[in-house]
Write a protein that binds this ligand. Structure first.
Ligand SMILES: *[C@@H]1O[C@H](CO)[C@@H](O)[C@H](O)[C@H]1NC(C)=O
Ligand SMILES: *[C@@H]1O[C@H](CO)[C@@H](O)[C@H](O)[C@H]1NC(C)=O
Ligand SMILES: *[C@@H]1O[C@H](CO)[C@@H](O)[C@H](O)[C@H]1NC(C)=O
Ligand SMILES: *[C@@H]1O[C@H](CO)[C@@H](O)[C@H](O)[C@H]1NC(C)=O
Ligand SMILES: *[C@@H]1O[C@H](CO)[C@@H](O)[C@H](O)[C@H]1NC(C)=O
Ligand SMILES: *[C@@H]1O[C@H](CO)[C@@H](O)[C@H](O)[C@H]1NC(C)=O
Ligand SMILES: *[C@@H]1O[C@H](CO)[C@@H](O)[C@H](O)[C@H]1NC(C)=O
Length: 204
């Protein structure tokens, strides 16, 4: 009798510690999940909110009277993370024009903005004007006059680092990530992008 109860006592204790181990593993997993939720990192969302080409802005009498190679755009960089700030290196922007006849993009201008820091859940807008070169304006004008559009392209290159809060202290992740995104922009005969909504640039 004494022997059996000894064994029963042993297995009860064993079950109890198994439960303990199980509970420990589950709570560890849960903590990792919470940790992941808080610390998961997204690259910044980069979009073109405005794109203006005055040379393609038709006047009320249906002609283009401005010879102005300037292109103005509004670049928006948005940090969507809950816990991370973002350090941006110099942000390089390259503009291209799409030659329909040969189905290729050729560079027509570039600019860059200074390095900066962006706190979590913050937006930054950079309005830039670039004096373009090499756009075949006569062809571009013909394309838009047709009620159609002509295509430009914006590529954005930069490197970023993340800064995050850990145990109430800010730490900087030493690793640098390269961001390379781009998007096609259709411009109409009002010299603006034909889509009202901002255009989110995607990885290239
Ligand atoms: C186009 O021209 C009109 C006036 O003719 C002006 O009001 C408008 O701002 C211009 N648009 C762009 C994108 O330059
Ligand atoms: C169109 O209007 C501009 C001024 O806005 C004028 O300079 C040009 O001569 C006009 N063109 C035609 C064909 O009427
Ligand atoms: C294509 O068009 C560009 C101007 O957009 C012109 O310079 C080039 O010569 C054309 N190429 C061919 C093969 O037609
Ligand atoms: C940037 O633009 C300048 C002219 O403004 C040009 O000389 C240079 O080649 C361009 N760089 C790139 C990478 O396209
Ligand atoms: C004008 O549009 C027609 C069809 O809508 C197209 O076939 C033609 O190639 C266009 N012309 C130019 C110069 O884009
Ligand atoms: C941006 O341009 C600068 C100067 O041309 C260059 O040193 C830097 O490497 C470029 N950055 C990226 C991410 O391409
Ligand atoms: C931009 O347009 C070119 C040519 O039409 C196409 O090959 C490319 O996939 C387009 N890129 C995006 C991001 O839509």
């Amino acid at each position: 009798m004494g022997r059996w109860s000894g064994i029963a006592g042993f297995s009860a204790c064993c079950a109890c510690s198994l439960f303990g181990i199980f509970f420990f593993i589950v709570s560890l997993g849960f903590s990792f999940y919470m940790f992941w939720l808080w610390f998961r990192t997204f690259p910044p969302s980069i979009s073109i909110e405005m794109f203006g080409v005055p040379a393609l802005n038709k006047t009320s009498n249906g002609t283009f009277n401005i010879i102005d190679p300037t292109i103005t755009f509004d670049l928006r960089l948005k940090n969507e993370n809950l816990n991370e700030g973002v350090f941006y290196d110099t942000v390089n922007v390259t503009l291209y024009y799409y030659h329909t006849n040969i189905s290729t993009f050729s560079p027509i201008g570039n600019t860059s903005t200074h390095a900066f820091y962006q706190g979590f859940h913050k937006k930054a807008n950079r309005v830039e004007s670039v004096k373009s070169y090499g756009v075949p304006w006569n062809i571009a004008k013909m394309e838009v006059l047709n009620g159609s559009t002509t295509t430009f392209r914006v590529d954005v290159d930069t490197r970023i680092r993340f800064r995050y809060m850990l145990f109430f202290l800010w730490s900087v992740n030493g690793r640098k990530y390269t961001i390379e995104v781009g998007g096609n922009i259709s411009v109409n005969d009002q010299g603006i992008k034909s889509v009202k909504k901002g255009l989110r640039l995607s990885a290239i």
